[in-house]
Structures are given as structure tokens and as C-alpha cells.
Design a protein around this ligand. Structure first.
Ligand code: AMP
Ligand code: GLY
Length: 429
């Protein structure tokens, strides 16, 4: 089978790498891909948001399955377009992807299904949003309704800060249409956990858990990023959490979607906060996490293509994925300045030496190969380096050893990835 992976990040390199191991995969294309995806397949110069171009390419090349990495094409209906063209694609339809593309939609569904989440209100008028803030204890969380490149959530320390964030989103159109409507919610204390589930209609199968590190700097300081590193399995996940997750989140959600006439097929990734009162859903993502995927997939022993197909066929609940029992730790190397402005085109040294280390996988994110063969930086998050070890300590040590072999001007990364999840997010406030 020929496969097309849509996207150009570390997640897409990990998906293409894992799919390339399937004996049923004949050829892999990545659109547009990066310098890593071309090691396992062929890059195609089509942007992830060029939906008609992707449909044409899949038809011309007789692609057997297209796997969509990022949220934007899903929110814009790539799956509906592929379905209409009779092309096989992995991911939710535009209607189902609203779980991620509209926080108001997600909150409303959680309310109807009684899924545990932060107490919240949804607003179309800034004066009403502000009045609601005054009734909440500080800090207060303000969220743009739509997709905002991971920047649409503000934790405001008091009502003044909340007012500034609300004004920027609703009146100054900081995030364009995405921030015209907002969610205001209570701040939850705890540690976060990323759960990935393959959902096909009424059935679902969980993948391994992971814990992401969202803030830019050590000690959970600095601005939010797409994610600076991950550990899998998550060290804050327990048997009780698993039972509560199945009972209070997945089962009611799948039923609720069905009742709303929405069939979800694809990867559902709820972001959870593990609080003293139990787990709470922070948000739903409708695609694989980045960098969680780079930590999860190196532990998957089963064929990913089989699992994606079982999801599409509605039989994924019967699949029993096998996992490497070892711990995976992923460290993200970012460009100087990320998540703010940064330079690109900087040569990266040491990639081959790093990739040759045992139990290490180098996933490319923002990279590009120049005509002379040099690999240079091409984005904010540049590389995600994963190492496996028999314990978190061993995996961490191997991951950082691997990181030390790579260098590029301005490179920054967190030194505390995978340290125990005992510090609560309150420390970051
Ligand atoms: P979201 O896009 O909703 O997951 O929010 C991005 C990040 O903001 C989350 O991963 C959390 O770190 C933080 N966050 C979101 N909602 C809350 C909340 N209600 N309480 C505390 N932190 C939150
Ligand atoms: N790492 C979080 C995300 O992919 O949304």
C-alpha cells in the first residue's frame, strides 16, 4: 500500500517512520515533510493546507491511506473532501473535529455528557465574560474558542489581567475569528497527562499514555509552547485514573457523539489535569500529539497501519496493541527565540553520530535539507530526540547523552524533561 502523511513536524516524521516498518507498506510520501521524513519516504512539495492539491495527489498516485498529522486540515474538512473523492483517509470529519476546533462545542458536549471538566462559561460578549470573571477565584483561564496555534489559552492572575486578555481576543481580534467567542474557566491545580485513543464509531482502544512539558523553560517557567518534551508511559497515570477515564470520559463521550449524530473516526487525544479531586478534561485534540507521538510510537511493537485500518473499519476495540515495557523520553531541541521569533537556515551538526546511538531515535521537526546535503533549521521546534531505557532515569540519561551530540547555533532545550511529575502547575504561576 502507498501511504501519504500530511504535515511536516516531528509527529509526522514519527508516523512515517513507524508506518514504514509495516510489511504492507510499499512507499511513503510526506506532504510537505522535512529532512527526516525523506529518510523513510519521499517528500512532496504540497502544503498541509492545500486540500485540493492533496486530493489530486492521492488520486494520481493511488494512495491507499492518507494519514493527517496537524489539526488545521482536519478542522478545514480534509477528511470530508477525501471521503467525497472516494479516497481512504485517517482522521475525523470536519463535524467531529469540532471537538478540537471549537472549545465551546467541546464544553457543551462535556456538559451534556457530564464529563468532568473545569467549571466554565462561554461568551460572545466581552462585558458578560468579564462579569463572569468577577465571580471566579483567581487565577482565571481565558480560552479562544477556535484554533490559535497553541497560543489561545491565557492564565490570568487577576481580573485586570483577565480583562486585558478578553479585550485582546474579543475586541482587538488578536486571534482573528478564533477569538471572537471565548471560554472562561476555573484554574485547575494538578499535573497533566496526555491520553491517546484510537476511536472508531462506538469502539475505542487506548494507546500508551504520555506526559508533555508545555512550558518553554525548566521548572515549568516561561510561555506555553507546542511541547518541549515528553515521557511515555506517563508517571502520574494510575489504575484508578484508567478506570475513571473509561467510565467518566470515553464511554459518555462516545455515546454523546453518537446521540449528536457525529461518528468519530480517528485519533482522540484528551488533555487531562490530574487534580486532587480526580481527573478533569482540559481539552480534546483530534490528532496525534506532538511531541507525545515521538515518545509513544517507539514503544509500539504492533503494526501501526493495522491499527489505523482497524480504526477506520470500526474494529479497533478488538485490537490488542503490544508495547515495549521500557520508558521513552523525548527531548525537543528548539531554535533560539522559540516560541517567539527565531532565525532559520542554521546548519545542524552531529545528526548522524546521534542517530547511531543504541535505543535512540532522532525525529526531525523544523528541518530542511539544502541542495549540498546540509541539514539546516527550518522551524521553531527543530528536532525531537527519543531514547528508551529500563527506567525513566536511564531513558533520560540516554536522551540527554544523545542531545549532547547535536548542535546548532541558538539551540535551546529543557534539562528537566521526565523528572517526576510532583511539582504542580501552581509553581509556574
Ligand atoms: P488547552 O489548549 O485547553 O489544553 O490549554 C493549553 C494549556 O493551558 C494546558 O495544557 C494547560 O497547561 C493550561 N490550561 C488549560 N486549561 C486550564 C485550566 N482550566 N486550569 C489550569 N491550566 C489550564
Ligand atoms: N503536545 C500537545 C499537543 O500536541 O497538543
Amino acid at each position: 500500500m502507498k501511504i501519504l502523511v500530511v504535515g511536516s513536524g516531528g509527529r509526522e516524521h514519527a508516523l512515517a517512520w513507524k508506518l514504514s516498518q509495516s510489511p504492507r507498506v510499499e512507499r511513503i510520501f510526506c506532504a510537505p515533510g522535512n529532512a527526516g521524513t525523506e529518510q523513510v519516504g519521499e517528500n512532496v512539495p504540497l502544503a498541509a493546507d492545500d486540500l485540493p492539491g492533496l486530493v489530486r495527489f492521492a488520486r494520481d498516485k493511488q494512495i491507499g491511506l492518507t494519514v493527517v498529522g496537524p489539526d488545521d486540515p482536519l478542522a478545514n474538512g480534509i477528511v470530508d473532501l477525501f471521503d467525497a473523492a472516494g479516497l481512504r483517509v485517517f482522521g475525523p470529519t470536519k463535524a467531529a473535529a469540532q471537538l478540537e476546533s471549537s472549545k465551546i462545542f467541546a464544553k457543551e458536549l462535556m456538559r451534556k455528557c457530564r464529563i468532568p471538566t473545569a467549571m466554565a462559561g462561554s461568551f460572545e460578549r466581552s462585558d458578560r465574560a468579564l462579569a463572569f470573571c468577577e465571580r471566579l477565584p483567581s487565577p482565571i483561564v481565558i480560552k479562544a474558542d477556535g484554533l490559535a496555534l497553541g497560543k489561545g489559552v491565557v492564565v490570568a492572575h487577576d481580573c485586570d489581567e483577565a480583562a486585558t486578555a478578553i479585550d485582546a481576543m474579543m475586541n482587538q481580534a488578536q486571534f482573528g475569528e478564533a477569538g471572537r467567542r471565548i471560554v472562561v474557566e476555573e484554574f485547575l491545580r494538578g499535573t497533566e497527562c496526555s491520553v491517546h485513543a484510537l476511536v472508531g464509531g462506538t469502539g475505542y482502544r487506548m494507546l500508551a499514555t504520555a506526559r508533555d512539558h508545555k512550558r518553554a523553560y525548566d521548572g515549568d517557567k516561561g510561555p506555553n509552547t507546542g511541547g518541549m518534551g515528553a515521557i511515555s508511559p506517563a508517571d502520574n497515570w494510575t489504575a484508578e485514573a484508567q478506570a475513571a477515564f473509561d467510565r467518566d470520559v470515553m464511554k459518555p463521550l462516545v455515546r454523546g457523539l453518537m446521540r449528536s449524530g457525529i461518528a468519530f473516526s480517528g485519533l482522540l487525544f484528551p488533555g487531562l489535569m490530574m487534580t486532587a479531586e480526580g481527573l478533569r478534561v482540559l481539552e480534546f485534540n483530534c490528532r496525534f500529539g506532538d511531541p507525545e507521538t515521538q515518545a509513544i510510537l517507539p514503544r509500539l511493537k504492533s503494526d501501526l497501519l493495522d491499527l489505523l485500518e482497524a480504526t477506520r473499519n470500526g474494529t479497533v476495540q478488538d485490537a490488542v496493541p503490544e508495547w515495549d515495557e521500557r520508558v521513552a523520553v523525548t527531548v525537543v531541541l528548539a531554535s533560539g527565540g522559540y516560541p517567539g521569533a527565531y532565525k532559520t537556515g542554521i546548519p545542524i551538526a552531529g545528526l548522524d553520530e546521534c542517530a547511531a546511538l543504541p535505543d535512540v531515535q532522532v525525529f526531525h521537526a523544523g528541518t530542511r535539507r539544502e541542495k549540498d546535503g546540509t541539514v539546516v533549521t527550518a522551524g521553531g521546534r527543530v528536532l525531537a530526540i527519543t531514547a528508551l531505557g529500563t527506567s525513566a532515569t536511564e531513558a533520560r540519561q540516554r536522551a540527554y547523552e544523545a542531545v549532547s551530540r547535536v548542535s546548532f547555533e541558538g539551540c535551546h532545550y529543557r534539562r528537566d524533561i521526565a523528572l517526576p511529575a510532583d511539582a504542580t502547575n501552581v509553581a509556574a504561576q
